[in-house]
Ligand binder design. Structure first.
Ligand SMILES: C[S@@+](CC[C@H](N)C(=O)[O-])C[C@H]1O[C@@H](n2cnc3c(N)ncnc32)[C@H](O)[C@@H]1O
Length: 378
């Protein structure tokens, strides 16, 4: 354990199936190691109470998005579940498993397709905790609906866009008066807080819903954290670097010669870059997040940075879902130019994204990113 601790900030132990056939004298030591490296699934002596949704609250709302077919984009996002860099959820799962008690309610804000809740359920088994996924994307929620429609512990809520007010619903508005009156015991936001344009208002709405003593677990790989090591990337900043390297490749590599004139159409390039910056937002510093959370009335108990190893192939696969934002200028896009790229241009765009990534990362298989975890209490 001492040796492993020098190389990895967190690890567990796995022993082969059939370990009982090992030499009996080695078993106590093996069990000791397991005990030292394991967190309790459930602490003894805690009060037990079955979780129940308040009366008048529909776990799955009767809304249009619930009747839509599952969308390819939502399914595609859900495959990140198999990506190594999604180990970024592990510390949050551990924090939740440590704090959530029977009868309590967790709100997974921006819970998307429900990857965190699936992992949490594997960790807490049948602990009777209520879990509500709240998200602004009906497509992602629709994927979550397929996963959890039969699970009485899980509810879903869409954050609707309020046209007149030009904002998303606040948390208390989206969950309705019955659940807001009950309050939540914990709120998580994983891989999402960097996307909130109105952060102070958003976290203030969390404070209105969280019970006194309740906890907030926030994490993201897109926070500028002074604790980050020099070798670590901020994940979304790879997208800007890919763009810069791609410009050079198009200028110099004969394979992309046909696209060279596009680089000199300044207004067109600007329009694509502006669209990219709306999808991959400029990175904000850690202090900003801490200040907003404190301003909303939370006490920030811990801020930690972890290194997350990201496979270049996994990150490339992720970016293929957002290729119009990454290098939309090659071939154009419906959103920016009014017409989608040709099949050939789309193929070249994906090739160029990968080519730029390999150039940027020196042909390595993986790169390191800094993930920031902010834990608060109300
Ligand atoms: C990168 S995904 C992360 C999903 C999930 N938390 C996870 O870790 O797998 C970002 C999520 O944030 C949601 N989102 C984007 N903008 C948002 C906003 N302004 N407010 C709330 N949620 C937002 C998206 O719909 C999406 O589900």
């Amino acid at each position: 354990m001492e040796v492993a601790g020098r190389f990895a900030s967190g690890f567990g132990i796995a022993t082969e199936c059939g370990w009982g056939r090992r030499a009996p004298a080695t078993i106590p030591e093996l069990l000791r190691i397991h005990r030292e490296l394991s967190a309790p699934v459930h602490e003894s002596g805690r009060s037990r109470g079955r979780f129940a949704w308040p009366s008048g609250f529909a776990r799955i709302p009767d809304e249009e998005w619930t009747r839509q077919p599952v969308d390819v984009f939502g399914l595609r996002y859900d495959t990140v579940e198999n990506h190594g860099w999604y180990r970024n959820l592990d510390p949050t799962v551990e924090d939740l498993a440590r704090h959530l008690e029977e009868g309590q309610l967790l709100i997974d804000y921006s819970g998307g397709t429900g990857i965190l809740l699936e992992r949490l359920q594997l960790r807490i088994f049948d602990r009777r905790v209520g879990m509500l996924i709240v998200d602004s994307s009906p497509k992602f929620l629709r994927v979550a609906l397929d996963k959890f429609s039969g699970d009485e512990r899980v509810g879903l809520r869409l954050l609707r866009w309020l046209k007149e007010a030009k904002r998303l619903e606040f948390l208390d508005e989206a969950i309705g008066p019955e659940l807001a009156a009950r309050g939540a015991d914990a709120i998580t936001s994983t891989n999402a807080i960097h996307l909130y344009m109105d952060l102070p208002e958003t976290v203030t709405s969390w404070a209105r819903v969280l019970r006194p003593g309740g906890r907030v677990f926030v994490q993201s790989g897109n926070i500028r954290n002074p604790q980050a090591r020099p070798s670590e990337w901020i994940l979304d900043e790879t997208v800007w670097a890919i763009h810069e390297v791609a410009l050079g490749l198009v200028r110099n590599d004969p394979r992309y010669a046909a696209y060279r004139p596009l680089l000199d159409d300044e207004p067109r390039m600007q329009a694509h870059v502006a669209y990219r910056d709306r999808v991959f937002l400029p990175v904000r510093p850690l202090d900003y997040y801490v200040g907003c959370l404190e301003g909303a009335g939370f006490t920030v108990e811990a801020v930690t940075a972890r290194t997350i190893e990201t496979s270049v192939e996994d990150w490339f696969q992720f970016l293929t879902a957002y290729h119009e934002a990454v290098l939309g200028w090659l071939g154009g896009s419906a959103k920016v130019n009014g017409a989608p790229p040709t099949k050939e241009a789309e193929r070249d765009r994906l090739l160029l994204i990968r080519h730029a990534m390999d150039t940027l990362l020196g042909g390595r298989q993986s790169f390191r990113c800094c993930w920031t975890y902010i834990n608060c209490v109300k």
